[in-house]
Each structure stands twice: as C-alpha cells, then as structure tokens.
Design a protein around this ligand. Structure first.
Ligand code: ZN
Length: 274
C-alpha cells in the first residue's frame, strides 16, 4: 500500500470513528435526564398532633410519603406542628404542605395570607380547608374559592371519581378511577360555582346515595381543585390509614406537589438549565 493510500485509509477510519463516538455520546442538549447536584427547592410540611386519630394517622403516613420524595436530596423538607416559628420565613419555601392543619391564630393567619398573596405555594389535604360558622376567616374562603363545609359521607369509604384530564396535574391519570377510602367533604357553595376555580376531581354522581351511616344523597361534589388566582391545590383526601395505598392516587399527589413547585415565580426547578 502506498503511503498516500495509507494516509487516506487512516483519515477515513478516523472520520468514521469520530462520527460513531459523537453519535454514542449525545450532546448535553439532547440528553434525556438531568441530575441535580444539590437541593433545588424547599418544602415546609405542617401537621397537627391535636386532631382526631384518623387525621393524625393520615398525616404520619403523608410525612413518610413526602420524606421518601426527598431521597437523593432533590429538595429540602422541613416538618413542623406549628407555623409560629416560621411566620417570618415562609417566603423561603417553594411550597407549604398542610396535612389536616391550618394557621392557628391571627399572627399565623396574617403570615400565611401574606405569603400566598405574594406568590407562595400551597398544597392542602382534607381538614386543612375545613371551615364553618366558627372559623371567622373570610379571606380563607376567598382563597379556597368555596363556601363552608356542608356535609360528608360516613364511614370513610372508597369512591368512584371523575377526573378532568386536561390539566397538568391530571393529564397522566385516567378519566375515571376509584380512590381509597376516606371521609369526603361537600362544600356550600361548591367551588365549581367560582369562575376562578378549576375543579380537577369530583365524586361521581354514580356514588349516590353515598355513605352507610351519614348518607349524601345528591349535590355537586368536587374533591380536588385549584383556585387559579393563587399557586395552590386542595385535595380532600386525608382521613385514615389508606391515603397512600393506591398507585393512581399517589401519582395524583406527586403530580400536584410538582405542579405547585413548578409554578414558582423564580422558575421551574424541574426544567433543564439552559
Ligand atoms: Zn376526616
């Protein structure tokens, strides 16, 4: 082989090899995953030890559920049974998760209201939204986008739900599925009557009459919604020890959590850095 031929063959070999290597090693823009090297956001999880036993049970299961989501330091999670130590630092959190708990006094209510009105994130479960004629917190109803607690099924039982799958939180869920047993609250007026509310999940009318002791006969029955003027989502599940036993419902919880965090005014921590 002549020297010229040898050089030409070496050049072709080098070109083919480099082309193959470049195909095997995708450029960072095309790489399908990004691995965070440090926590990207902070969550504050609030629960109450002064609640009925079934609400405490759910809260403890939820603490375990959310704690598992922190594995690998994807985010920092602080847990507390009182908002009081955090009233001056709520703005440091991308999201506040309230497990059957809510602000307890004037100072905590004012801090929470200020946090939400400045773009704060909230994910509330079950009794986190409970209110009646003794609550005396009009802003809270305006924030929730609904009236007071109206009635509930009893005992806790599973239920067929209808799902609006056109929202980011629900697009990976079926249009209809069965959720694990819980006590479900109906509200008056229903949040669906509020033009700023987007209802994502409702108890199916096929469930009526719904209950064994306390029987809900009829009525609009939303159980998951977001008030679009706030970065918030409310989920009515939260009673007893079955809250995290269903893969579909667990996916709903993760989707809801991620969605609230992703709407943070300073950007979506789940998106790849440009
Ligand atoms: Zn309950």
């Amino acid at each position: 082989m002549s020297t010229r031929k040898t050089i030409r063959c070496s050049l072709v070999f080098w070109l083919l090899t480099s082309r193959l290597l470049s195909m095997m090693a995708q450029t960072p823009q095309n790489y399908p995953a990004n691995y965070a090297s440090h926590p990207r956001f902070r969550a504050l999880v609030v629960w109450s030890p002064h609640a009925e036993e079934a609400h405490i049970q759910f809260s403890k299961d939820a603490l375990h559920f959310f704690r598992k989501l922190t594995y690998g330091e994807g985010f920092l999670m602080d847990t507390t049974t009182s908002l009081r130590p955090y009233v001056d630092s709520l703005q440091n959190y991308h999201i506040i998760v309230m497990l059957n708990a809510q602000p307890q006094d004037k100072k905590e209510r004012e801090a929470f209201q200020s946090y939400m009105e400045k773009g704060g994130g909230w994910m509330g479960f079950h009794a986190a939204a409970y209110n009646d004629q003794n609550t005396h917190w009009p802003w809270f109803n305006q924030f929730l986008g609904c009236g007071s607690f109206y009635c509930n099924n009893w005992p806790p039982q599973s239920a067929l739900v209808e799902c609006d799958t056109t929202h980011t939180v629900t697009r990976s869920l079926p249009a209809s599925f069965v959720v694990p047993e819980s006590e479900f609250y109906q509200w008056n007026p229903s949040p669906r009557t509020n033009k700023d509310v987007r209802v994502l999940l409702s108890i199916s009318p096929k469930m009526y009459p719904f209950g064994i002791k306390d029987i809900v006969q009829w009525g609009d029955f939303p159980i998951v919604w977001t008030h679009t003027r706030y970065r918030m989502i409310y989920l009515n599940m939260g009673h007893g020890d079955s809250g995290f036993t269903d893969a579909t419902q667990n996916l709903l919880f993760v989707n809801a959590f991620r969605w609230v965090v992703s709407q943070h005014p300073q950007g979506n921590p789940f998106e790849a850095k440009k």
